[in-house]
Design a protein around this ligand. Sequence first.
Ligand SMILES: [Zn+2]
Ligand SMILES: [Zn+2]
Length: 549
Amino acid sequence: MSQVKVIPLGGAGEIGKNCTVVEQDGDLVVIDVGLAFPHEEHYGVDIVVPDFTYLLENKHRLKGIFLTHAHEDHVGALSFLLPQLEAPVFCTPFTAAMVRMKLEERAHLQGSTIEVVEPGATVDRGALKVEFVRVTHSIPETCALAVHTVHGIVLFTADFKFDFTPVDGKLTNVGRLTELGQEGVVLLVSDSTNVDRPGWGPSERRVTEGLRKVVQNAQGRVLVTMFASNIHRMQQAIDVAAENGRRVAVTGRRMEQTIDIARRLGYLRIPEGTYVRLDDVGKFAANELLILTTGSQGEPMAALSQMSRAEYGRLKIVEGDTIVYSARPIPGNEGAIWRTVNRLVKMGAEVVYDSDSPIHVSGHAYQEELKMMINLVQPFYLAPVHGEPRHQFLYNRIASAMGWPDHRLFTLSNGTVLHMDDEQAWIGESVTAGEVLIDQHGNVAVNETVLAERTSLGADGVVVVSMALDTELGDIVSRPEAQIRGFSGPVSAVEDAIDSANDVLSRLTSTNLKDLDKVRAAVSEAVRKTINRRCQQRPVVVVSILESD
Ligand SMILES: [Zn+2]
Ligand SMILES: [Zn+2]
């Protein structure tokens, strides 16, 4: 009997770089190819993508890549994967337009194609069928993906919420989810990001009230910052601007591009005469303007961050401006966001980041919504993803309270293989999985050794030891000397380290002194150990040997 395998390569036990493989009868499909943002300890790392070794080793069996929606944590690593293999990519029209825009920037499609699939449609790929089921989320045309396997349906919820008054009027297809439950969902792979929020999340539409209050009270210009892909939020800001006689301008390249696409494809409606070019804002009074801007996460190069440093040539913050943060900080970005907010406040702007009427709501299901999904689709097995271990733990505890026995609840991590046959499911062997760190130029330049060195450099600086040897005779020509940069320990520790380097050298025979690698290793070790013993610091030690004869 065929086995079905579900293998997360990213997104299990973390929030970010979602990517999961489903396999049956030698055929393989991938759900999402996302990126993650670096943590504080990732010095010089711009983005993090999944380790694709397993996919690359099995690329001849890959039948297709399926995308749930166009957020970076679900599509952002395509430009790193697609140049390495050939596969059709299936997604909804809006996702396709966003992905095409992003791919044109970074990589070519090579032999891969982007196939547009309407919500509700099913794609047949070898042994597996994948059905797109519409759900509500903070970006248009998000779809849960139902993978029809020989043992039942493996249902990926995607990022979702149950919003009964969505801004675009397009509801989660509750009817189809219920039917899938009746047909037999063997495994529910669920979003769990907001499992620690009790109750039911507010509808996206509630943001209209919050924005309206701010706009009506503002004497001057209103700037609203949000994720560049949040079309529904933009729609509300534009509508509130229009009803209050304000024109809308846009700053930030990514936001301009997204608005352009969304407008062209009919996902964003801008009332006649409302949109003005940024260069024309000077023609209007301050209280006739609302400006949409990137930079809600404190990204250093985003328009709002540049404005906060008075470095943005096209728009200056002035006293009387009101700036609305309509986005939740991605964990890790808080410091950068507060620094930006503080600079804006010092410039005389009023900054609104919290309010009694919401100016931001989450796109992810709260506890009761997660339970509703479980109730609708009645899965046999459950596996929360899109959450850290604490979210997965809490999700499974809730499912357990709903009557699911422990052996039907799984906590997946990246690389674990969940096997299913017609009798049971179990976690078997693991495949290669992990993180690949990409620098700002798009190169896979940063490995763990480099990262460890950067951490040491950042914390304790560098000690460069230089000396000269005659490698023909095996003689010391000039004794070790040290230079330090960014090292804050006592000078005497460095002097002791040089003494210990001299001790080591005096114990080496002339034959040993002809072997540069050996000398370098011995001196480096002596210096590192002495400094660490003297002042508990671990600077990077570089030994530079000049050969002379
Ligand atoms: Zn996500
Ligand atoms: Zn999302």
